[in-house]
Design a protein around this ligand. Structure first.
Ligand SMILES: Cc1ncc(COP(=O)(O)O)c(C=O)c1O
Length: 344
């Protein structure tokens, strides 16, 4: 069950959690016309810090572009709104869910007058794949459900409708007693988990599925590729035949929710020694040390909530980040103040 926070941001207003509703006949509800992000904010010695916020924001705008949606808000505005919301909810660490959706208006496929609405929610969230998953690994299967063919559902977009497929994968795995599943692409090669990318290790070389039109280009995936290279480990991206999963020394998932989760068996075939492997653990340690601020943030992956708030004088968004996420705010910071203060 979700652990509710107090406030949600909706198009420039901060509203009580329970008032964040959309109409039954909004296109988001009828057709899944909604794009979103899943981001983690970690507690660090310097206060809450959002992991790779600007990359998540960039992917959100990419998803909007693919689905021909024009958000009303600029990246700077959403950054300040998110930081303000985390502070206002008094969260030291949380999951953040920005959503851009098509609201109520038209009833058919053409979204004409249906407004584009933007919400940001955040709430406390622990380990996604269960207690002990990060340390001991998880048991998974290969799904009987496949990922969609390229040029059907655009896999690089993180869109709500796509997660009907992810739910089929996840629910089937759970029904059969597994924590998660790895889905194959329509060509029978390994694609990804229901909400994670897949990596394997064999003879000290890391391999992950290439960006093939069936996977989401994970931000944790990109981070792990960078960390591996920092550690001097070779990383290959490309095709993975299913049987390579069974013969790997180590297999692990990456994702915002799953972080770096070892996989100890696949289809009841033990992976390697059946425990979290040394390469996986080295990558996981480095990843967790970075996100929790225990080692220097050498790649500039942390956005500190305090720095990103609307009143803050010190923004840590680098020029390169700014360039990547596109045009910036022209509005005054006060645009981020809640229009109505429901009782606080
Ligand atoms: C289908 C899918 N693949 C992969 C990922 C991992 O992506 P990230 O590391 O950006 O969270 C996610 C999670 O967002 C996902 O939903």
């Amino acid at each position: 069950m979700i652990r509710e926070a107090e406030w949600i941001w909706r198009d420039g207003e901060v509203i009580p959690w329970r008032d964040a509703n959309v109409h039954l006949l909004s296109l988001a509800v009828q057709f899944g016309s909604s794009v979103f992000e899943g981001v983690r904010c970690y507690g660090t010695p310097h206060g809450p810090a959002i992991f790779r916020w600007h990359e998540h924001l960039r992917r959100l705008y990419d998803s909007c572009r693919i689905y021909r949606m024009e958000p009303e808000w600029t990246p700077d505005e959403l950054t300040a709104a998110t930081a303000d919301l985390i502070a206002r909810n008094e969260l030291e660490a949380c999951y953040i869910r920005p959503m851009v959706l098509r609201g109520y208006g038209d009833a058919g496929m053409m979204p004409g007058v249906s407004p584009i609405e933007t919400f940001i929610a955040c709430w406390p969230w622990g380990t996604y794949l269960g207690e002990g998953a990060l340390e001991n690994g998880v048991d998974v299967c290969v799904s009987t459900w496949q990922r969609p063919e390229p040029n059907t559902f655009p896999a690089l977009a993180k869109a709500a409708g796509h997660y009907n497929n992810a739910q089929l994968i996840k629910m089937e795995a759970a029904a059969n007693g597994y924590v998660e599943a790895i889905a194959l692409a329509p060509n029978g090669l390994v694609s990804e988990g229901s909400g994670q990318n897949v990596f394997l290790v064999r003879d000290g070389v890391i391999r992950t599925t290439g960006v093939d039109g069936t996977i989401l280009s994970g931000i944790t995936r990109a981070s792990i590729i960078t960390i591996a290279r920092d550690l001097g480990i070779e990383v290959e991206q490309g095709t993975i035949p299913r049987e390579m999963l069974y013969t790997a020394d180590e297999v692990f998932f990456t994702g915002t929710a799953a972080e770096v989760t070892p996989i100890r068996s696949i289809d009841r075939i033990t992976v390697g020694a059946g425990t979290a492997g040394p390469v996986t653990l080295a990558l996981q340690k480095q990843f967790l040390d970075i996100v929790y601020g225990r080692v220097p943030d050498r790649h500039g992956w942390l956005t500190f909530v305090e720095d990103a708030r609307s009143g803050s004088a010190t923004r840590r968004m680098s020029a390169a980040d700014a360039e990547r996420v596109g045009p910036h705010s022209h509005s005054e910071p006060s645009a981020m103040e809640p229009r109505a203060d429901p009782g606080r």
